[in-house]
Design a protein around this ligand. Structure first.
Ligand code: PMP
Ligand code: GLN
Length: 378
């Protein structure tokens, strides 16, 4: 069969997790917690399963969940999207990203993608006839160079894809980023797709600056979050997209025929559990403690730890340890040292090796300690 995605192979997350399993390595590669979601939440899921909430959910999502998202968004970002016309529940952020791109792209439309970029963006653009236009983030800060973004805008630019907090770097958008972005797109029809799945993992008392905090940006954006990240349940694949009514109408046309609807009992459980503000309000401190522990454990190692302002990822430079490429080193670290990590070069469309690896610190203390012990031997 002639491939529609000839350049795309198996995702690095699958490759590294499999390699970790084969070699019995501690898996700090693919991003997922090694601890469970809150027991009250799993109790609610089993309650709704047993009560028979097992048939199709409404296409747009369970209404109570959309209402809860609206009031949470009001509390967090001062904006209450209309649950009927501006919020859609999706099967993961991956689906939401795909549906947003499918809803807006016509053949030849350009989408500005900041690199390093999460791996689902480019295939979703290509499958919908779009053309990714790559703009590198600045190294080592991973801040956006807005001059480069401006220079990349053409008459064919349909969208800019943003991700804050950023996977894999942990960088976050600043207030001046939002101001500059608003100025840049002010007189255009450019749509923003804002991947904010790590919205509740922002450290050092910094706020998460959602695009929903700025009405002029919210009015032209698909803003996407994922319950998988917030509730330590990446396997559930329940997420949502907030977008203005005309955007949501088109988005739902795609969602309706991509998945139609999202897993029912988990939506009801989340709708109840969202009353518990404490869980997400304490998440920054919860993950900051893990980040700080990981830093402490690796302080005498050969690795240089980069700043991680958000997400549950830590970038490290290994230039004091080896000259190997990041792919070679990530492989050897897994097979010989017993700790799996993600090489950053694969987040670029063309091999760009900065000698950086990504570790996921969404792990129990014991796991982080055992991994650090091995890493300190290098
Ligand atoms: N965007 C980013 C930046 C991510 O890290 C992830 C999770 N790996 C996703 C999107 C996809 O989220 P989900 O699992 O809800 O599809
Ligand atoms: N988002 C996860 C990560 O960055 C991986 C998700 C996946 O395996 N598709 O590690």
């Amino acid at each position: 069969l002639p491939s529609k995605l000839p350049q795309i192979g198996t995702s690095i997350f699958t490759v590294m997790s499999q390699l970790a399993q084969q070699h019995g390595a501690i898996n700090l590669s693919q991003g997922f917690p090694d601890f469970n979601c809150p027991p009250e939440l799993t109790d609610l899921v089993s309650y709704y399963l047993k009560q028979g909430y097992n048939q199709y959910a409404p296409m747009a999502g369970v209404l109570k969940l959309r209402e809860q998202i609206s009031s949470k968004t009001e509390k967090m970002y001062g904006f209450s999207p209309n649950p009927d016309t501006e919020i859609t529940i999706t099967s993961g952020a991956t689906e939401a990203l795909y549906a947003a791109l499918a809803a807006i792209l016509r053949s030849g439309d350009e989408v500005i993608v900041l690199e390093p970029a999460y791996d689902s963006y480019v295939p979703a653009i290509l499958l919908n006839g779009g053309k990714p236009v790559f703009v590198p983030l600045q190294v080592p800060s991973f801040k956006i160079d807005w001059q480069l973004v401006k220079a990349a805008i053409t008459t064919r630019t349909r969208a800019i894809l943003l991700n804050s907090p950023h996977n894999p770097s942990g960088a976050i958008l600043s207030a001046s980023d939002l101001t500059t972005l608003a100025e840049l797109v002010g007189d255009t029809n450019i749509v923003i797709i804002s991947d904010e799945v790590y919205e509740h993992m922002v450290f050092d008392s910094q706020p998460h600056l959602s695009l929903l905090t700025q009405p002029e940006l919210a009015g032209r954006s698909f803003v996407i979050s994922s319950f998988g990240k917030t509730y330590h349940a990446t396997g559930w694949k329940v997420a949502y997209c907030v977008a203005p009514p005309t955007f949501t109408t088109e988005f739902r046309k795609v969602h309706q025929y991509l998945t139609f609807s999202t897993v029912t009992p988990i939506q009801y459980a989340l709708a109840d559990f969202l009353d518990n503000q404490e869980h997400y309000l304490t998440l920054p401190a919860f993950y900051q403690a893990k980040r700080d522990l990981f830093h402490h454990l690796l302080q005498d190692s050969g690795f240089t730890l980069k700043p991680s302002a958000g997400t549950y990822f830590q970038l490290v430079s290994y230039e004091n340890i080896t000259q190997e490429s990041d792919l070679e080193f990530a492989r050897r670290l897994t097979t010989e040292v017993g700790v799996a990590a993600i090489p950053i070069s694969v987040f670029y469309h063309q091999q760009t090796d900065h000698g950086l690896l990504r570790f996921c610190f969404a792990k129990n203390e014991d796991t982080l300690q055992a991994a650090a012990e091995k890493l300190c031997r290098l």
